[in-house]
Design a protein around this ligand. Structure first.
Ligand code: CTP
Ligand code: C5P
Length: 355
């Protein structure tokens, strides 16, 4: 009978450094292969041994993955080579991984044991996003190395730059045809590097599809949410505690560039939508929210409270919260976390200098 049917527990493991929507999409697909999703995450020492130091600490990486809505359990200090003992210890039926080969420092397929035991399933890797690609975008933006329309640039090979032991010194970006380069044909000068092809199907797969219930207290927040990080996660957790249904407004690339300058945002609007939708505290996303929180928007979504974190609000273009403040709906909340997108870019540069 249906009741006797055993719950299928799916194991997936990895580094989950600089968690992006490619990771989230892997977790989504893995969850769909069973009932419960258990994610094993390697500690810093294990990653350093096999591919070089991660950008984010293990505590940060564990927390980010716990914030993704398809994840049921996180197992810390998971071994780099997935063993049958590990699957058994957590009562997992099989292990899932993307359709790319990962190897140990000695060149072994990290999944050879589970493959031999036929306890392995494969999912499709998300094209157009990877830690390598994001690092490439950041290095491009910090080096001002764009030569649009001439050659394109890449950092190392197609693999993760962290495992490229013969890494070039910082800034020595190779000129070669690459998927990291600035696409001179792209419309947006800021996020033209993105090679990800957003579709309505992907948005559909990531969204909850559940509208607010009558009587729900609606919370609205807005921002860039570029390179979705633990500061954002902590902020959204606190924002969600202010009510029952959390709506996140994402500013367009153009608006973000106007107040952040440089080559921000690093992730384009479509990519930011997916990262935010993957977060377990988020119920709905406004794709291209106005910079100013308008009366129309507040009424349209029946917003009860508008929140912002403790980061500085640039008033260069006027106070975006003037209306909710006047309506008595505005609240500053403390995420207790001082991570910013800019700090991540700094970490990448420092890490890069380590080689
Ligand atoms: N993954 C994916 N699509 C991507 C990136 C990663 O499906 N664009 C999957 C991997 O195949 C793996 C899981 O996410 O099953 C965790 O991967 P992890 O060990 O963290 O990552 P990498 O493959 O090294 O990812 P990246 O190249 O982004 O560092
Ligand atoms: O900077 P960005 O627009 O991405 O921030 C989105 C929201 O997250 C803002 O309300 C900001 O104050 C908040 N935040 C936070 N703590 C951080 C980073 C961002 O509360 N460390």
């Amino acid at each position: 009978t249906v009741n006797d049917k055993k719950e299928v527990r799916v194991w997936i493991d990895g580094c989950y450094d600089m968690v992006h929507f490619g990771h989230a999409n892997a977790l989504r697909q893995a969850k769909a292969l069973g009932d419960k999703l258990i994610v094993g995450i390697h500690n810093d020492a294990e990653i350093t041994k096999h591919k070089g130091p991660p950008v984010f600490t293990q505590e940060e990486r564990y927390k980010m993955v716990k914030g993704i809505k398809w994840v049921d359990e996180v197992v810390e200090d998971a071994p780099y080579v997935t063993t049958l003992e590990t699957l058994d210890e957590y009562q997992c039926d099989y292990c899932v991984h993307g359709d790319d080969i990962t190897t140990t420092v000695d060149g072994y397929d990290t999944y050879h044991l589970v493959k031999t035991a036929k306890r392995y399933r494969e999912i499709q890797r998300t094209q157009g996003v990877s830690t390598t690609d994001l690092v490439g975008r950041m290095l491009l933006m910090t080096r001002n190395h764009f030569q649009q329309g001439e050659s394109e640039y890449s950092v190392g090979k197609d693999d993760n730059w962290l495992d490229n032991k013969s890494a070039m010194p910082f800034g020595a970006i190779q000129a070669k045809p690459s998927k990291l380069g600035q696409d001179h044909a792209a419309r947006s000068p800021w996020t033209g590097c993105s090679q990800f092809l957003p579709t309505t199907q992907k948005i559909n797969q990531f969204s909850n599809g559940k509208p607010a219930e009558p009587g729900d207290k609606i919370v609205y927040v807005a921002g860039a949410f570029d390179l979705f990080h633990i500061g954002h996660l902590d902020f959204l957790e606190k924002a969600k505690e202010q009510g029952d249904f959390l709506i996140v407004g994402l500013h367009t690339d153009h608006v973000v560039n106007q107040y952040k300058g440089g080559n921000y945002p690093i992730m384009n609007l479509h990519e930011r939508v997916l990262s935010v939708l993957a977060c377990k505290y988020v119920n709905e996303v406004v794709i291209g929210a106005p910079y100013e929180v308008t009366k129309d928007l507040i009424e349209h979504f029946s917003v009860d409270v508008v929140c912002h974190g403790r980061t500085i609000i640039s008033e260069q273009h006027g106070d975006p919260y003037e209306i909710p403040k006047k309506m008595g709906l505005f609240k500053i909340i403390d995420s207790g976390n001082d991570m910013t997108t800019e700090k991540i870019v700094q970490r990448i540069i420092i890490n890069r200098l380590d080689f």
